[in-house]
Write a protein that binds this ligand. Structure first.
Ligand SMILES: [Zn+2]
Length: 169
């Protein structure tokens, strides 16, 4: 649940950007009311707002493209995240780590643990991994953990670290 508030914060920041873009409009309208000579500020405000909108549009497009092409996470980030996860006790492996987004990671990963472990213990380990990731990386605002028994299918472990791999395993 702790990560939910981070998600809200991220959202609030987006709204603040929206609010920011209405400042030029407010200034232009107020100036126009004070003196008709300041009416030239109107098109200036319009241009400023257009620029804001174009900027937001490009950002959203960039995020969507990053998501589609899985360019959200740098190899360095991926390696670092992987090292942290594998350093947690009882974690035998991890694969298919997907960021979900470029600016804020909604991480999605597979965690390999002892297949004989209780559900309770497995859940505790998932929580530990989740909290450790959120605490260490400000970019990560949510983590979805898929638990699976380690070494159960030694034959099929293709592309373990390719996040673009959507095949079942
Ligand atoms: Zn898996």
């Amino acid at each position: 649940m702790a990560n939910r508030s981070s998600a809200l914060k991220a959202n609030a920041w987006h709204h603040r950007t929206d609010a920011l873009s209405s400042i030029p409009v407010l200034v232009a309208v107020t100036a126009g009311l004070i003196s008709p000579k300041l009416a030239f500020l109107d098109p200036v405000a319009a241009i400023l707002v257009s620029v804001f909108i174009i900027k937001v549009g490009i950002d959203i497009l960039g995020d969507s493209l990053a998501e589609l092409t899985d360019k959200g996470m740098s190899p360095k980030e991926r390696a670092s995240i992987q090292t942290l996860i594998q350093g947690i006790s009882h974690v035998q492996g991890t694969h298919r780590i997907r960021p979900g987004n470029r600016r804020f990671f909604h991480l999605d990963l597979h965690l390999e643990v002892d297949g004989q472990m209780t559900v309770r213990r497995g859940h505790e380990i998932s929580e530990t991994v989740k909290q450790a990731l959120i605490a260490r990386y400000p970019k990560i605002i949510d983590v979805m953990v898929h638990l699976e028994p380690a070494n159960e299918n030694p034959g099929i472990k293709p592309d373990r670290d390719r996040s673009s791999d959507y095949k079942k395993d």
